[in-house]
Design a binder for this molecule. Structure first.
Ligand code: FAD
Length: 458
């Protein structure tokens, strides 16, 4: 005789991975399953709220789907609950049939060179978090009112997001977005007029996508010029163009067309500009004073490809160059870390690469990983979604209806002293932020301290 209990599933983290995993777990309305999502912060959505660029609201549309999931009767949201600190991993294991870690990657891939501890060196995670309202980054105070030249290390899409924020005029670009009011007033005072985006490898290995490149190039029409990329980096590829893949061909095409257009145009005078630099590895940062830098020293690299089937790598040449910089932002990726008690609970963690090792999402019996903490900090929301669906299917196929009944931790959490944010509370926060935004002519004005959030839902 087997009794069919509702299976209790805990998800740690309410970013895209957590929500998309929940969505797939709850897809079948007749499935006897309960999903509890635990979120460390008092607000949901992870990097969809705190990472995605404010001028890309369409990317955040995934939140509409997350809201639908949250209204499923089998779903509960527990915000302001830091797993590892407020609730131990052992407790989760004891009270749920399955535990899914979807807590993302929130550390920097540090820049380990001389001078990197200067105040004028900040990570993209800090800068993005500051303008997007991350609670503990509101005192960052980047010296934009003094810095004229910014060097960005790394050339992924985040580097391009940063360049738009640093150079794009507040009006029309940022004024009506959900970028924080504090960031807007700082950007209004900004003196930044030149951004150099630097990659270790060559043009064809650039990490940004062509869509984002085009968006930045198109800012020419609002006074942000593209100083370009040295002919040295484009010229060698021109003869190869017909052998290049579609994406690389389009990239070369975009750049070449831009320069032709600019050559023939006399219209838009650009007061701000950006450029792409390649085949340079940062070696040392030289300061001007306490707040600002003077320059960054780079070593030149060459591309090496011993065989056509082997991926291109780089080799240092021993030749150096310097780029002037008042501020340096390193955009060299995010890294996951083990949350408190993870290792002690017998869950493996790859410290070097910063993720939870797993096979198809399975970590150990009843324990799973999903999203960035499963694969490392790579991939957009669409690939995180596919990953989360895949992991949810694994969990569904493992859930065993004859297992012991579990009761979850909802009851326990509601009896603790620390306030817990429910979905109803979040809807109140959401409404408050929207209304505050409307009165400022913005899509949203985010609350930027945890105290403000907790006060609102008291
Ligand atoms: P996250 O989004 O980081 O979510 C993890 C959640 O877990 C967070 O809410 C965190 O607070 C919570 N958490 C952490 N520790 C705990 C704990 N101990 N207990 C409870 N909860 C915890 N993708 C796009 O498609 N388009 C874009 O324009 C885009 N822009 C981006 C810009 C930036 C700056 C970055 C960094 C990424 C961007 N991405 C974009 C990628 C996208 O954000 C990721 O694919 C996605 O957010 C990964 O989802 P995740 O749920 O694994 O991690």
């Amino acid at each position: 005789f087997v009794r069919f209990y509702s299976q209790k599933v805990a998800i740690v983290g309410s970013g895209p991975a957590g929500f998309y995993t929940a969505l797939r777990l709850l897809k079948d309305p007749s499935q006897k399953i309960n999903v509890d999502i635990f979120e460390k912060l008092p607000v949901p959505y992870g990097l969809s709220r705190f990472g995605v660029a404010p001028d890309h609201p369409e990317v955040k549309e995934c939140q509409t789907r997350f809201e639908e999931v949250a209204h499923d009767k089998r779903f509960n949201f527990y915000g302001n609950v830091d797993i590892g600190k407020d609730v131990s991993i052992e407790m989760l294991k004891d009270n749920y049939n399955a535990v899914i870690f979807a807590y993302g990657c929130s550390e920097d891939n540090k820049l380990n060179i001389k001078g990197a501890d200067h105040k004028g060196v900040i990570s993209s995670r800090q800068f993005v978090g500051w303008y997007n309202g991350v609670f503990d980054l509101q005192d960052l105070n980047p010296p934009l009112e003094k810095a004229r030249r910014v060097v960005i290390i790394g050339n992924g899409n985040v580097a391009l997001d940063l360049t738009r924020v640093l150079l794009g005029p507040v009006d029309p670009l940022w004024k009506s977005t959900d970028i924080t009011a504090k960031a807007i007033s700082k950007l209004k005072e900004s003196k930044v007029e030149h951004v150099t985006i630097v990659g270790r490898r060559g043009l064809l290995q650039s990490a940004f996508t062509n869509k984002e490149l085009k968006e930045l190039i198109d800012m020419h029409s609002i006074g942000v010029g593209f100083k370009g990329v040295s002919e040295d980096h484009i010229a060698p590829f021109a003869p190869l163009a017909k052998n290049l893949g579609r994406v690389q061909k389009r990239r070369l095409d975009l750049l070449t067309k831009y320069f032709q257009k600019v050559k023939n145009s006399t219209k838009t005078a650009c007061t701000k500009e950006w450029e792409l630099q390649y085949l340079l590895s940062p070696k040392e940062i030289i300061a001007k004073d306490d707040q600002l830098l003077s320059k960054v020293v780079f070593e030149h690299n060459v591309l090496v490809q011993p065989d056509i089937d082997v991926p291109v790598s780089i080799e240092p040449t021993g030749e150096f160059t310097e780029l002037p910089a008042d501020l340096l932002i390193y955009s060299t990726g995010y890294k996951g870390s083990a949350i408190q008690g993870l290792i002690e609970a017998g869950i493996p963690f790859n410290e070097k690469k910063g993720y939870i090792p797993n096979k198809d999402g399975r970590v150990s019996p009843g324990i799973y990983a999903s999203g960035w903490i499963r694969r490392g900090a790579t991939g957009a929301i669409a690939s995180t979604m596919m990953d989360a669906f895949f992991v949810a299917e694994t969990v569904l196929s493992d859930l065993d209806n004859s297992s012991t009944e579990k009761h979850g931790l909802g009851h326990y959490i509601s009896k603790q002293n620390k306030p817990v944010v429910t979905w109803q509370d979040w809807e109140k926060i959401q409404q408050h932020e929207s209304e505050a935004g409307t009165s400022l002519g913005k899509t949203r004005e985010k609350l930027t301290t945890i105290d403000q959030v907790l006060e609102l839902i008291k």
